[in-house]
Write a protein that binds this ligand. Structure first.
Ligand SMILES: C=CC1=C(C)c2cc3[nH]c(cc4nc(cc5[nH]c(cc1n2)c(C)c5CCC(=O)O)C(CCC(=O)O)=C4C)c(C)c3C=C
Ligand code: FE2
Ligand code: FE2
Length: 340
């Protein structure tokens, strides 16, 4: 029996309680690598006021009139280059991380995964956990660096979902882990091993984080500081003679000024100034996705080699690697303490 049904008086509604749930959350991704599917996904994602901080009355005509008519085709082509038999890499890896965590944490907790945009939705998975008897739920946004556009919007959506409930579960939110020794250790171990196995010795290692509008830093979002701290701590651990480490920001969107230096411009500038062997890591992404597998690994290679670079490698994200999963287990056990 998954919940308490005994000793209830006749006619009493079923009582589902006593279990603990853990919901790992990532951004979301299209259901298919087609323009209509990407359009549905981008319409939801780019309508979020945490992501595009422009009043809806000004932004929605631009989104519906221009962006959703132009970008889905281009983005679908990028997704098609990295699509797998299990679907979008981000979806497949996030699900595999939840399955692995379930094995590590055992029966004391029910682990599931959800996406902020698209499927499986937070609404669907919170309902599923409650149905399974969870009256305590920990929400774990898999973003090491806090950002209003990623972390805060998960909190907002969960709050909206709970606002409709009569019996709300107790909630915990797993904090950002940008400087957590377990995270830095996992990255240092995993990236160190990947660097050792390269066929060349990079002169430069780029630590490429997802970009954000510069304005969000000026307004007090800690994202830039979190990225810089991760880069500093990680850099201290993976430094090796002859390898310079640089921090850059990728995936610029729109016309506003974004955090700099930009990854794409840096790839070209490095090649122009004579760097021949370069590797890129993306420590801010918990899972490989279109931004790492296409933008860095495919487009980035073209940018670097066409500008004169020779050897180029993109290192994998932590994904379901042993160091990555051990790190997630450590953080989740700590954040669930007292509950399991
Ligand atoms: C890791 C943190 C991320 C931050 C910060 C972030 C901010 C941010 N992103 C966009 C626009 C797009 N991002 C897209 C994809 C995407 N972004 C992240 C993560 C962060 N985004 C991930 C993990 C992914 C990959 C999703 C996947 O399906 O693989 C896209 C879609 C792809 C494309 O069309 O290029 C857009 C658009 C903005 C505007 C923003 C902050 C303001
Ligand atoms: Fe993004
Ligand atoms: Fe800062």
């Amino acid at each position: 029996m998954t919940w308490q049904q005994q000793n209830l008086p006749a006619g009493h509604p079923a009582v589902r309680s006593g279990k603990v749930g853990l919901l790992v959350v990532n951004l979301g991704t299209p259901d298919e690598a087609t323009a209509p599917a990407v359009k549905r996904y981008l319409a939801e994602f780019l309508s979020d006021r945490r992501v595009i901080e422009i009043p809806a009355i000004a932004w929605q005509p631009i989104l519906r009139g221009i962006i959703l008519n132009v970008r889905p085709k281009k983005s679908a082509a990028a997704y098609a280059k990295v699509w797998t038999d299990q679907g979008s890499p981000l979806a497949a890896i996030t699900e595999a991380q939840a399955v692995d965590l379930q094995m590590r944490l055992g029966d004391d907790v029910i682990v599931s995964h959800a996406m902020r945009y698209g499927r499986p939705s937070l609404r669907e998975r919170i309902a599923m956990l409650q149905e399974a008897g969870c009256d305590r739920i920990a929400i774990a946004p898999l973003y090491p660096q806090y950002c209003a556009a990623t972390t805060a919007t998960v909190f907002d959506e969960v709050a909206r979902i709970l606002a409709e409930m009569r019996w709300q579960p107790a909630l915990r939110f797993v904090p950002p882990y940008h400087d957590d020794p377990a995270y830095i250790d996992a990255l240092a171990t995993d990236l160190g091993a990947q660097l050792d196995s390269l066929a060349f010795e990079p002169e430069v290692l780029l630590l490429s984080f997802h970009g954000m509008p510069q304005r969000t830093l000026d307004l007090g979002d800690p994202y830039h500081c979190h990225c810089m701290k991760t880069a500093r701590l990680l850099g201290e651990r993976i430094a090796r003679p002859g390898m310079r480490i640089e921090t850059t920001f990728q995936s610029r969107f729109g016309k506003a000024k974004w955090l700099e230096p930009a990854t794409d411009a840096t790839l070209e500038a490095e090649a122009h100034k004579g760097t021949r062997r370069l590797a890129v890591a993306a420590p801010g992404f918990a899972a490989d996705c279109v931004e790492t597998l296409e933008e860095l690994a495919i487009a980035g290679r073209e940018q670097f080699t066409e500008a004169g670079g020779q050897d180029y490698a993109v290192l994998s994200c932590l994904n379901t690697s042993a160091p990555g999963m051990a790190m997630l287990e450590t953080i989740m056990r700590r954040e669930l303490s007292g509950w399991i």
